[in-house]
Write a protein that binds this ligand. Sequence first.
Ligand code: COA
Length: 435
Amino acid sequence: MINYEQMYREKLRTAEEIVSNIQSGYVCCCPTGTGEPEAIMNALTERVLKENLNNIEHHLMLASRRWKYWEPELAGKIKHVSWFTSGASRPVVQDGRADFMPGFFYENAVRWVKYVQEADVFYAMVSPMDKHWYFSFGPAASEAHAQMSVARKVYIEVNPKVPRVLGDCFIHISQVDLLCESSNPLPNLGETVLNEKDIKIGELIAEHIPDGATIQLGIGGMPNAVGMKLMDKKDLGLHTEMFTDSMVVLMESGAVNNSKKNIHKGKTIATFGVGSQSMYDFIDDNPAVEFYPVSYVNDPRVIAQNDNVISINACVEVDFIGQVCSESIGAKNISGTGGQVDFVRGANWSKGGKAFICTYSTAKDDTISKIVPALATGAHVTTSKNDVDHIVTEYGIAALKGKTAAQRAKALIAIAHPAFRDKLTFEAKKMNLMV
Ligand code: COA
């Protein structure tokens, strides 16, 4: 009989001892959010400075906080590779000290296994070992298994604050090379404060959501605001990429019970989650919520197996033909494709499904229209003109599928901010789109 308690003790080190194994030129990776191992990453930063290591690559999906290894003095020593740029990582990506990885979120595992192929080290923060000798990755299931499968060494940081989340997100003590313990607080996104535009957009979309629909809410303030408008619905389901505090409210209010789903009936399904400690407490050992790898959760073919899938995501700008930019301001990367296209396609393919992309009609104190004749030079197209379904602003909804180029331009101008409509119409005429 293998003594796993003893195995745990034999593998136990300090974070400093663990990172003493990391050398110049290493490729390291970790999961997102609660999976980012704070003690290990900070110890690595100290080691790099003290020992003058260089050329280390650190791959991370969505950084949930600002890391010390991004300080200018570490330029060239540890390079951050952003698989989805967050508010925290924007400055380091935009000033050229970090690189970013384009791609559909559901293909993250494929990119690790087929294209990146190997990493020297995978490290992750996990929940304490359970009575079966497993640690849970917590709400950080998205690419943890894929990264681990290509890594030569696996280190974990055991933190009792990480919830023991159910689904396909466990790692056995025998799969671990070394471990350390910590009790740092988990990342907290803070509260979503709704403004009038969010409330209007939420109401507009809520009218299109039938009882029994399966919902995905994307990243950013607005999709979560929509979630708050769904409290009066019945028998909703959740099959979503990112689990957030607004989903706890929907589940606790009874609006979500997952009873009408075709797959995972009775369960909320997600691939990662970031929120408040009370959200983390809610998903701890909760059989009503399961986390699976993103290669499964975000696969449009899986998403489409439920009927009436409604996806709700946000964007930066939309042009007259319906091309949606959600990840850059011009050529400047501000986030990533994430699961937007995965869920737009999944919703489009689902029987009765609809995909909504929402945006305020303007940015920067009403000085910029987010409905534009053509995307800004260098803008990254997230959702293509052929995938796009509904665009929503606080002035209404433009249903674009089945519409011609001219019909699309007119429908989009009708939901632009009134102050920009004449100018946009003038531009549309110049482009022969007012036929
Ligand atoms: N021109 C210039 N600046 C613009 C702009 C435009 N058209 N649109 C937005 N901005 C600016 C905002 O003013 C804001 O600037 P600030 O940080 O200086 O205030 C910044 O860009 C971010 O915009 P904001 O609307 O506050 O972002 P958000 O937090 O609501 O997120 C997205 C919106 C589009 C960035 C986010 O939804 C995203 O990353 N989407 C892509 C991925 C996705 O949809 N995944 C879905 C599955 S989870």
